[in-house]
Design a protein around this ligand. Structure first.
Ligand code: HEM
Length: 431
């Protein structure tokens, strides 16, 4: 019934990373659906950039859309350009300065919450910080800790199940099982929170200079967006912008734990630039090694590990005829771990991102943020936030893995994240 979905979910990096050994375009079975995975950068790039022919949709994706609605990340090509135009101003450079202030504050708050030798379950801690950052920057909400925590749990429940639900027949999803009830409760809870936020904005009618304000004031052919349309965009941002960042920083911390030399270089950079203080937005350009560590974590463990497309007409891809209605799966690891593309692909080597070394990579070689018109809208946001979090944590703490840690990748959500990453922070000398 599930085809390759089971081995794929059990060990997603290894499974998708090994596909290129079979060819440039490899067929896998995801539940009842056959999907083609491009493993060559050129083929993958074609799929990403020809978004009219390789559109979002099809039987697997429709199940995701049923959950997160028809926002910019899930709508079909026919609606995409209009939706992207509506959200794009919220990600303009001029706005990022304000957002990075919030990111820096949240990173500093997280670092100061930890105690010497206390064992920290890293992913949920980072998830809370990332969710609060999205709420405070894109929605400028005054959400208190209790509601942030409830939203965090609801988003987590959704993310845990969204990908798995792609492979489970609809009829099973409707059974009154505890797992389905939890999912429905989380979705209702989150929608209720978002509706309350939208109602609050509509009530005051202030321009708060954030995403929600621009969506609410947006006019489309002279019609205002409905609350449902605005709510779908808000849910998209919460889902896309929280666990991806939490997963990125978790993997970076895990990789640093395994590579003391890289960690030492990171501490050296952070100490020189920050002098024991938390990172501020203005420090970002002075932390190139930290940025490369983040990039390399994103190559080895791309948070978005599986996305799908459906062909809207007959098309030729790498010499293969794909009839209309073919599912194509976009798995970054299928290219990121290919030896012909990246030298020693399984090695953790942040310096491969030095400009002189990265310059020679072909298009489609690094697709953690996708590509083409549907490329991640929050790329700069996510990179800045991950870098600030990592630098601030490393400035204050030395982090070592603690007993009971199990960093195997889990893919039961949109983000590939460690099963349970336990780290023990110890105060760094002089802090
Ligand atoms: C390191 C963190 C992140 C990673 C690795 C990541 C990755 C991705 C990828 C691969 C896509 C394209 C999906 C596809 O082609 O089907 C995407 C789309 C998107 N991401 Fe991100 N993302 C990250 C952070 C964020 C953040 C922080 C936000 C918002 C605050 C965000 C908002 C979006 C949106 C709105 C889209 C849909 C774009 C469109 O279809 O036009 N992402 N992301």
């Amino acid at each position: 019934m599930v085809g390759h979905a089971w081995p794929m979910m059990r060990d997603p990096v290894r499974f998708t990373g090994s596909l290129s050994q079979l060819g440039d375009l490899v067929e896998v079975r995801l539940g009842p659906v056959r999907a083609l995975v491009p493993c060559h950068p050129e083929l993958l790039w074609r799929v990403l950039t020809d978004d009219r022919v390789f559109d979002k949709g099809g039987p697997l994706f429709d199940r995701v859309r049923a959950t997160i609605g028809n926002g910019v990340g899930s709508c079909p090509y026919a609606e995409h350009r209009r939706q992207r135009r509506l959200i794009q101003p919220a990600f303009h450079h001029s706005r990022l300065d304000r957002y990075t202030e919030v990111m820096a504050q949240e990173a500093a708050a997280l670092a100061s919450r930890w105690r010497n030798r206390q064992v920290v379950d890293v992913y949920p801690a980072l998830f809370g910080a990332a969710l609060r950052t999205v709420l405070r920057s894109l929605f400028t909400t005054r959400a208190d800790d209790t509601s942030v925590d409830r939203m965090r749990r609801s988003v987590e429940t959704l993310l845990h199940q969204i990908t798995a639900r792609m492979f489970v027949p609809n009829v099973l999803q409707r059974l009154p099982l505890p797992i389905n009830r939890r999912f429905d409760r989380a979705l209702t809870d989150l929608r209720r929170h978002i509706d309350a936020l939208v109602a609050d904005y509509r009530h005051t009618d202030d321009d708060r200079g954030d995403l929600l304000s621009s969506l609410l004031s947006a006019r489309d052919e002279d019609e205002r967006l409905t609350d449902t349309e605005v709510g779908d965009q808000a849910l998209t941002m919460l889902v896309a912008g929280s666990d991806s960042v939490a997963a990125t920083v978790s993997w970076a911390l895990h990789l640093l734990d395994r590579h003391p030399n890289v960690r030492a270089a990171l501490h050296q950079e952070v100490d020189t630039v920050l002098g024991g203080e938390p990172a501020r937005a203005t420090d970002l350009t002075r932390l190139p090694h930290t940025g490369r560590v983040i990039n390399e974590a994103l190559r080895l463990y791309p948070p978005g590990w599986l996305f799908t497309r459906i062909t809207t007409e007959d098309v030729d891809l790498g010499g293969h005829r794909l009839p209309a209605g073919t599912t194509v799966a976009f798995c970054p690891s299928a290219v990121h771990l290919r030896a012909e593309v990246h030298d020693r692909p399984n090695a953790f080597d942040p310096d491969r991102w030095l400009p002189e070394r990265a310059r020679h990579l072909p298009r489609g070689a690094f697709v953690t943020f996708g590509g083409g018109a549907r490329k991640c809208a929050g790329q700069e946001f996510g990179l800045a936030e991950s870098t600030l979090l990592l630098a601030t944590l490393a400035s204050r703490w030395r982090l070592r893995s603690a007993p009971g840690s199990d960093p195997r990748p889990v893919a039961l959500s949109t983000a590939l994240r460690p099963r349970r990453l336990l780290l023990e922070p110890t105060t760094r000398p002089g802090r």
